[in-house]
Design a protein around this ligand. Structure first.
Ligand code: KG4
Length: 339
């Protein structure tokens, strides 16, 4: 008998549902929320309201696209945390209700574990490139910057992580200060392609071990702009490509320095990239350069599996289902956690 799982992800501002059958992804449908753009960041209350509007049509579309009826489902997997509590509650309540009504088990997924397991998503006609265990994963998103040693799907150890802002958060905030749109990552990336990465120097952190820090960079960027604007009010407009390129280069340098340290200390040379910031051209190039040098074997998932999506929750749910790891219906959503 086949195993068919519906997965739901609603931890931040994307409502996503996916269907997986016997480890093969059949659908992955995501509704992004445009409502936050005018505020320059995710507004939690608006996010949960948008999830409420989106959840039924998104789940319905995922089932239809997969050609699967509710009655064929073996289990429901859902992101229980971490994330915005109001957002999580929409997906978790929906998943619990559906599991009860269908009389099937509920499986919980950790959002960060999902981002890492995105490397194991298999879909028809997509190339397979699973990293072998153990591998290192640089998980960089709007909310997290971590170096994780992955020894099994359910055995992950954080070797280093940010002690303040995440890399994506720093990019988004610097972009906001420059008067660019939200989210800043894709805009900075586009502008950086036209700029000189060596045009400006910004502060780099000096944090011991494999931890990261991005708040100093953010502050130094802010003061740098303030001083420059005093001299020339048009400074940002005239230099936005160079500013974007220099900011991107600094962030990539900071990320890669600690990652190289992790490779050296663990001796693990299979290195994966996950999370929304992995879409960044400069970061991808830095990974490719390490592979070209013959030192690393790299793993970068398809773009649609790097941002928030339910396909990564589906593969997590599938592995847990095979191990009979179900979640009690009484277990609540959680906003904060480590892996
Ligand atoms: O993983 P994600 O979709 O959401 C969570 O934080 O969970 O990551 C979103 C982050 C945002 O900070 C966004 O600006 C950043 O990923 N991002 C990028 C790029 N595309 C998205 N950062 C740099 N370059 C990009 N091309």
């Amino acid at each position: 008998m086949s195993t068919t799982i519906l997965a739901i992800e609603s931890s931040c501002d994307d409502t996503s549902a996916a269907v997986i059958r016997d480890g093969i992804l059949l659908s992955n449908v995501t509704a992004s929320q445009k409502v936050h753009e005018m505020y320059g960041g995710v507004v939690p209350e608006l996010a949960s309201r948008a999830h409420q509007q989106n959840i039924v049509p998104v789940v319905d579309a995922a089932l239809k696209k997969a050609g699967v009826s509710k009655e064929e489902l073996s289990a429901i997997a859902v992101t229980l945390g971490p994330g915005l509590m109001g957002s999580l509650l929409v997906g978790v309540s929906f998943a619990k209700g559906l599991a009860i009504s269908l009389g099937i088990p509920l499986i919980e997924a950790n959002h960060l574990q999902g981002h890492i397991l995105a490397h194991f998503i298999h879909a028809p006609e997509e190339p397979v490139n699973d990293p072998p265990y153990p591998f290192l994963c640089l998980l960089v998103s709007g909310g997290n910057s971590q170096i994780v040693k992955v020894s099994a799907y359910n055995k992950m150890e954080i070797l280093g992580q940010t002690i303040d802002d995440a890399a994506g958060e720093a990019i988004d905030k610097c972009s906001k200060v420059m008067g660019l749109g939200y989210p800043g990552g894709p805009i900075i990336d586009r502008l950086a392609r036209e700029g000189n990465p060596k045009a400006f120097q910004f502060a780099k952190p000096n944090i011991p071990g494999m931890n990261y820090s991005f708040s100093g960079l953010k502050t130094s960027f802010l003061y740098f702009l303030r001083d420059k604007i005093k001299e020339n009010p048009q400074f940002i407009e005239e230099n936005k490509c160079d500013l974007a390129a220099s900011l991107e280069a600094t962030i990539v340098d900071i990320l890669m320095k600690k990652l190289k340290m992790a490779v050296k200390e663990t001796g693990i040379t299979h290195v994966a990239l996950s999370g929304g910031v992995s879409a960044n051209t400069g970061l991808r190039q830095a990974f490719k350069n390490m592979e070209k040098s013959g030192r690393w074997k790299i793993y970068i998932p398809k773009f649609s599996y790097t941002t928030d999506n339910a396909a990564m929750i589906a593969i997590t749910g599938y592995y847990k289902f095979l191990d009979g790891e179900y979640c009690p219906l009484s277990k609540p959503a959680y906003s904060r956690t480590v892996l």
